[in-house]
Write a protein that binds this ligand. Structure first.
Ligand code: 6GU
Length: 223
């Protein structure tokens, strides 16, 4: 999969994909993330990309021309399955959307800043608008990193044990069960006996029940 990201603050997106699972996805050439500096596309002097909003009011708005040029330039080499704008007024991103997006070939993600981007870019280019929760971030970059990470690990072949994403929280609308590692006795607190019994059926049953219990307790809205 190829994910292009347009950002006014590309430095914010340099580290997130260089570690752990995202690093492996890149090494295996299953996911290529390219971050594009919006300023490189502006036709205005001194790299201007934002301006005061018509009608007055505090805060700058990202101008349409640099964004349109950036999008059109990238579209010359790729046909995007979705052009996604990261915005707090977008649709709430969840595991179901991550699953769907992980099946695509080319995605373009636009990160907004300041008061957001000119509405005409949303009308003319954007095909999907995503928010990562009901709070406001200074820009779309951290939200884009969240979305790319959630999608990236779902691309077939990225996770070592291909089944492991199947047991993630939310993958079947349930939270994951508790997990334990060595030592079996940590300062007097012991690992549940069943996990040491060696019977895969019993262990699977225990995990399933713990998932239900945890979901009822913490996220009854999911059930
Ligand atoms: Cl996608 N962008 C910004 N700026 N704030 C957010 C968000 C996105 N999702 C939640 N808050």
């Amino acid at each position: 999969m190829y994910i292009d990201i347009i950002s006014a603050v590309p430095d914010l997106l340099h580290s997130p994909f260089e570690h752990s699972i995202m690093k492996r996805a890149k090494e295996k050439q299953l996911l290529t993330v390219e971050v594009h500096n919006l300023r490189q596309f502006t036709p205005y002097k001194q790299g201007q990309i934002d301006d005061y909003q018509f009608g007055g009011g505090a805060g700058m708005v990202m101008m349409p021309e640099p964004l349109a040029i950036a999008i059109e330039t990238l579209q010359k080499t790729k046909q995007y399955d979705e052009i996604i704008y990261m915005t707090p007024d977008g649709k709430s991103f969840n595991q179901k959307t991550a699953n769907r997006l992980s099946l695509y070939q080319n995605l373009l993600i636009i990160c907004g800043h300041y008061k957001g981007i000119d509405e005409r870019i949303r009308e003319q280019f954007v095909t999907m608008e995503l928010s990562i929760g009901d709070y406001v971030l200074s820009g779309g970059e951290l939200a884009a990193a969240v979305v790319v990470d959630a999608i990236g690990r779902l691309i077939p072949g990225v996770l070592n044990d291909e089944t492991s994403a199947l047991f993630d929280s939310f993958q079947d609308s349930m939270l994951a069960p508790p997990v334990y590692t060595r030592p079996a006795d940590f300062r007097g607190s012991k690992v549940p006996e069943v996990l040491l019994c060696g019977d895969p059926k019993k262990i699977a049953e225990w995990r399933h029940n713990e998932s239900i219990r945890r979901t009822e307790e913490r996220r009854p809205d999911l059930l």
